[in-house]
Design a protein around this ligand. Structure first.
Ligand code: FUL
Ligand code: CA
Length: 706
């Protein structure tokens, strides 16, 4: 009897305690209010436009004439609206890139828009962007490159003051900014007021970032500062738009001293993509990736814009991993986003809307194994479906492995699962799994090893189920999950894959069956009238192939595009260097193999170094291509080259010379158009400077004759 009443009292006490139970204690470091705002933004566009647009460069040298800036139709409204149609919530405008040219009438340098014909020298594009953003309800951020290849004082203390002055102008005159974007590229050769020399700076000390960022905090307290390693937002470490499948918003930079990169630069790749579990700071990753191959508009890259489904995939791999997506868009010569790019953005926006229009969990019955203190009103599972990122299902402090059973009432078909944690309480969960009921047995269909602000799991196939179960498998503390959803992507036809054999035979294939594939080789969009594909066809000279699958005339897939150069059969590498890997690897048509003259086996360790190819027959070369190694390492990647041709292998003529700008961060195939086609049997690529190391590496080298 006594025992029973003690138990009753105890139960009562626990009950009271439980109902009065405080919210879960936050775990680890937490996001600031400004970072919370950034997480909610999820995706924005970065806009590259300036003199490079007219010189066809990715990195201007600094001596470009402001006269070049004379767009016929510049429209900030059209540009920002193109981003908005894509579902993006803000833009980061490059106000000054590495070439030092300022798109606003700055007092700090004469190398600015007032010296251009644009609006007869009275223009201010940043103002136009600000007004466009206001009108369209978009957030505005600004990018002002610390590296300045125009400024005579770059490398000296005086420049740091100029740079800070530029930031002050930008912070004072263009309204509230949501981001202050600071690029990591630093020092190198440039015009520098006519000095035309190489200037190196010590990036750990030169810019005095602490003092610079104090200005940001004072003048734009809500602006998130983006830098390679923070302080508010870190670089994910690649320009592919992908965060790690495990992504921690917390981060302990290996080199907190202003982002000193290790020699090969690419340790950052892994550091940035994953972050640090239980890291010292909250510094989530931004995934930046250009919509086109380069950041600036290049006519030669028309037709190579990423497709809506490609973008959707990037969305899953960035936003879907708790990072943000920063997509590069590039106004063209007219000063607008081309209609092709605009249309792709719009289609991507629609796709996203369609995919996430209906949470199929709506109306489902959710049964949790535990609710914090039994307080379902506050911590119950209804919080998972209210669309609020901060109301949440929580468990008792000692319950770290709860389960949630879901009865959808009727069977539903889906392929995307979404989870969010209330990040105001930190990033807590380390492992979850989702099961579905198959004839009374649980079968695991998905899992994740981090959640954070957002986690999307895209299944490779649609699944249909009535009952699901979420299992939390690992968490150091009780959970605080704020949202849960299942969604179904709209049906789409399989896009053709385009491959070519070493002998030049092109094959088009699809993952899933389609009624027909049509293709073109003249750069136009395939229609039902274009040639139909039924067997491999020869394309030894190369060219652009576009292919599209059709179900009916009205129902078709996205367009797949691929450019091929001349086939390499009969080619011989004549290089004399004894590098690692045979020299044939640079012309074997395999992206993953490369020739290297670096490393211990190398006999030659000094630059410049040549790579010579005998094509066997004479060809009319229009362009050459260089694919850097694709293994995420930077050693031997050429960033300054010369390209020579010869008819006899003895007498050489230089056909092109220059810089592979931004190749370290964005190691894609480089295509260099020659100023005029040249006839030659031999060609020679000379690496004059490399990103790191002392030799050169080449994954593929090729020529375009079409
Ligand atoms: C890079 C820059 O060097 C590129 O030119 C581009 O601006 C990109 C967004 O950041 O590091
Ligand atoms: Ca909620």
């Amino acid at each position: 009897m006594i025992r029973k009443s003690i138990i009753t009292v105890l139960l009562l006490v626990t009950h009271v305690l439980a109902f009065g139970q405080a919210a879960p204690k936050p775990y680890g470091v937490l996001p600031s209010a400004r970072q919370i705002g950034w997480h909610e933004t999820e995706m924005y566009c970065i806009i590259h436009y300036g003199l490079d647009t007219y010189t066809d460069k990715e990195w201007g040298y600094g001596n470009e004439s402001p006269e070049l800036l004379n767009p016929s139709k510049f429209s900030a409204l059209q540009i920002v609206n193109a981003a908005k149609k894509g579902g993006f919530k803000g833009v980061v405008v490059v106000a000054k890139h590495h070439d030092g040219f300022c798109l606003w009438p700055t007092k700090t340098t004469s190398h600015n828009i007032s010296k251009s014909p644009y609006r007869k020298g009275k223009g201010d594009m940043i103002k136009e962007y600000e007004l466009a953003c206001k009108k369209l309800g978009m957030k505005l951020g600004l990018y002002c490159s610390p590296w300045d290849r125009n400024n005579a004082t770059y490398g000296k203390p005086a420049y740091v003051d100029i740079y800070r002055q530029q930031l002050k102008e930008l912070y004072a005159n263009y309204g509230q900014l949501f981001m202050s974007w600071h690029d990591g590229a630093n020092g190198g050769d440039g015009y520098y007021g006519g000095a035309n020399e190489t200037r190196k700076i010590d990036r750990t000390t030169y810019y005095g970032w602490d003092s610079t960022w104090a200005i940001t905090r004072k003048m734009q307290p809500l602006a998130n500062i983006f830098g390679d390693v923070g302080p508010d937002v870190r670089w994910v470490g690649n320009e592919e738009g992908r965060a790690g499948t495990t992504h921690w918003a917390t981060y302990t930079p290996q080199a907190p001293d202003e982002g000193k990169l290790p020699a090969n630069g690419y340790v950052k790749y892994w550091e940035g993509v994953e972050g640090t579990r239980n890291g010292k700071y909250w510094i989530p990753a931004e995934c930046d990736v250009p919509l086109r191959p380069g950041w600036f508009y290049h006519k030669a890259q028309d037709g190579q814009t990423k497709s809506p489904y490609y973008l959707l995939n990037l969305y899953y791999e960035s936003v879907g991993r708790g990072a943000n997506l920063d997509l590069g868009i590039s106004p063209n010569h007219d000063g607008v986003i081309s209609s092709e790019d605009e249309q792709i953005l719009e289609e991507f926006g629609k796709l996203l809307k369609q995919t996430f229009a209906i949470n199929l969990l709506k109306g489902a019955k959710l049964t949790a194994s535990n609710v914090r203190g039994g307080n379902t009103a506050k911590y119950g599972t209804q919080n998972l479906l209210d669309g609020n990122r901060y109301t949440y299902w929580a468990t008792n402090d000692n319950v770290t492995k709860p389960t949630l059973e879901i009865d959808l009432q009727t069977a539903k078909t889906f392929n995307v699962i979404q989870l969010r944690e209330n990040i105001k309480l930190g990033q807590r969960i380390e492992k979850v799994a989702l099961d579905m009921d198959v004839n009374g047995e649980w079968k695991e269909i998905a899992g994740a090893t981090s959640i954070g602000a957002n986690r999307l799991i895209r299944l490779s196939k649609n699944v249909t189920a009535r009952k699901l179960r979420l299992r939390i498998l690992q968490s150091p503390v009780c959970i605080a999950i704020s949202e849960l959803g299942i969604y179904k992507e709209p049906v789409h036809l399989s896009v053709p894959m385009i491959t070519r054999s070493g002998k030049g035979l092109v094959t088009l294939s699809t993952e899933a069956p389609v009624s027909s594939i049509h293709y073109t080789v003249d750069g136009t969009a395939p229609t039902p009238q274009s040639p139909v594909y039924d067997e491999p066809f020869a394309l030894p000279d190369g060219g652009v192939i576009k292919a599209r699958s059709f179900e009916t005339k009205q129902q078709y897939s996205e367009i797949a595009t691929r450019q091929f150069g001349l086939i390499k059969t009969g080619w011989k590498a004549l290089t004399s260097s004894t590098g690692t890997g045979t020299s044939q690897k640079a012309i074997d048509d395999h992206e993953d193999t490369f020739w290297s003259s670096t490393g211990p086996a190398s006999a030659v360790t000094n630059l410049p170094q040549d790579f010579v190819v005998d094509m066997g027959t004479s060809q009319l070369i229009k362009a050459f291509t260089y694919l850097p190694r694709q293994d995420k390492k930077a050693d031997g990647i050429i960033d300054n080259y010369s390209y020579a041709v010869s008819t006899d292998g003895v007498n050489w003529k230089v056909a092109a010379e220059g810089e592979f700008a931004n190749i370290k961060s964005n190691p894609i195939e480089q295509t260099v158009q020659l100023s005029a086609p040249v006839s030659a049997r031999y060609f020679k690529l000379t690496g004059k400077h490399v990103v790191s190391g002392s030799g050169i590496t080449i994954a593929e080298i090729g020529v375009n004759i079409k």
